[in-house]
Design a protein around this ligand. Structure first.
Ligand code: NAD
Ligand code: TDX
Length: 334
């Protein structure tokens, strides 16, 4: 089977490529990636001989047509993925997440190729802290940020291409991922690498926002489960019952790294900051039989901390620039 992985040099896509090569010897992988600031080609260096890595844009219709014509399956991870960046300048989010997805859908439609669309729980907006509800496949779309609204729009394009043109697509909406090779602009790796660099972790607002954490390997196993067994046209929510406040995540990182529990700063809140995400993944579990392997968040987080401690070459060259970027808008408030 030939698989075209878009965004395969980013966090989740690269973990998908590495795990697929490890577990599925029958799969030939081509990666299409623009190699934006979010990609780290070092991640794929050990498997460079075993994949085709094409540097290019998913919105480049000629390139996409040529690559889609030569594959059996497209797994579409490529996106502009950081909420904070989408607030500073939404234009690349509209271009990549909407126009790029449109280009892929037109190509899979022309060539009759199976398509799996990677999306996020953020398309459903947020929940109150004391709301017992969790998101399901029936939840209404209600995105808050330029990032999540462009992801929501891309999901709706996929649904329309299934219904109107018979494209063989599935969609998954996953909660917050953590694990190795995640860009250090994101919450967990930012705080781990802050502590490893002697800098205090930074919590937005009151630190009580809740995210529903899942290990990236569990996400990617769920993606293969949906590709293997999912019903065409369906949406599956992926989550591992990992709700934590941001403050408790920071406290765990500090504890594992031997620092005092209060050695962090509160900084200016993110505008429009979603309060809580929570996923009910009953459909994926009961219909397709998927189960997460990382059920203890603390041990998954500890393994991730070990990975960043052991792989400073991967992130250290980028740390100063990322923190300089945050420093332009962030103010310590407590
Ligand atoms: P990432 O930012 O780490 O990686 C994105 C990759 O896409 C990068 O390698 C980048 O170079 C590439 N890319 C960006 N624009 C491109 C373009 N125009 N053409 C080709 N390649 C391009 O993102 P991630 O965290 O790995 O997220 C991957 C996907 O999973 C995204 O679709 C995101 O919305 C979704 N998702 C992420 C999470 C999470 O917690 N990180 C959770 C749920 C869903
Ligand atoms: O320094 C920080 N301090 C902080 O308190 C950063 C970078 C973030 N935060 C907070 C904001 C969020 O409540 O931590 C939480 C997680 O932040 P991010 O890592 O930016 O993730 P989030 O905005 O929740 O979105 C992520 O999960 C869903 C991914 O970036 C998206 O691509 C995915 O769709």
């Amino acid at each position: 089977m030939r698989v075209l992985v878009t965004g395969g040099a980013g966090f989740i896509g690269a973990n998908f490529v590495l795990r697929t090569l490890d577990q599925r010897p029958d799969v030939e992988v081509t990666v299409l990636d623009k190699l934006t600031y979010a990609a780290n080609p070092v991640t794929l260096a050990p498997v460079a001989e075993r994949i085709d890595l094409v540097k290019g844009d998913i919105a480049d219709t000629d390139l996409v047509d040529e690559l889609v014509a030569a594959t059996d399956l497209v797994v579409h991870f490529a996106a502009e993925s950081h909420n904070d960046n989408s607030l500073a300048d939404p234009s690349s989010f509209v271009q990549t997440n909407l126009v790029g997805t449109f280009a892929l859908l037109e190509a899979v439609r022309r060539h009759g190729v199976r398509y799996h669309h990677i999306s996020t729980d953020e398309v459903y907006g947020d929940l109150d802290l004391d709301d017992p509800a969790r998101f399901t496949e029936a939840s209404a779309y209600n995105p808050s940020s330029p990032y999540s609204s462009t992801k929501a729009g891309s999901d709706l394009l996929v649904r329309a291409w299934v219904r109107s043109f018979g494209v063989a697509a599935t969609i998954s909406n996953c909660s917050n991922n953590y694990g190795p090779y995640q860009h250090i602009e994101k919450f967990i790796p930012r705080q781990i690498t802050n502590v490893l660099s002697g800098v205090r972790p930074k919590l937005y607002g009151d630190g009580l926002n809740v995210r529903d954490w899942i290990h990236v390997d569990d996400h990617n196993d769920a993606v293969w489960t949906i590709i293997d067994k999912g019903r065409i046209g369906e949406t599956y929510l992926i989550g591992a019952d990992g709700e934590e406040t941001n403050r408790s995540v920071v406290e765990t990182i500090l504890e594992v790294l031997g620092q005092p529990a209060d050695a962090f700063d509160f900084v200016t809140d993110r505008p429009g900051h979603d309060r809580r995400y929570a996923i009910d993944s009953t459909r994926l579990r009961s219909e397709l039989g998927w189960r997460p392997q990382y059920v203890d968040f603390r041990s998954g987080l500890s393994a991730t901390i070990d990975w960043y401690r052991d792989n400073t070459d991967w992130w250290q060259p980028h740390k100063q620039a990322v923190e300089q970027g945050y420093a332009t808008t962030e103010k310590v408030i407590g």
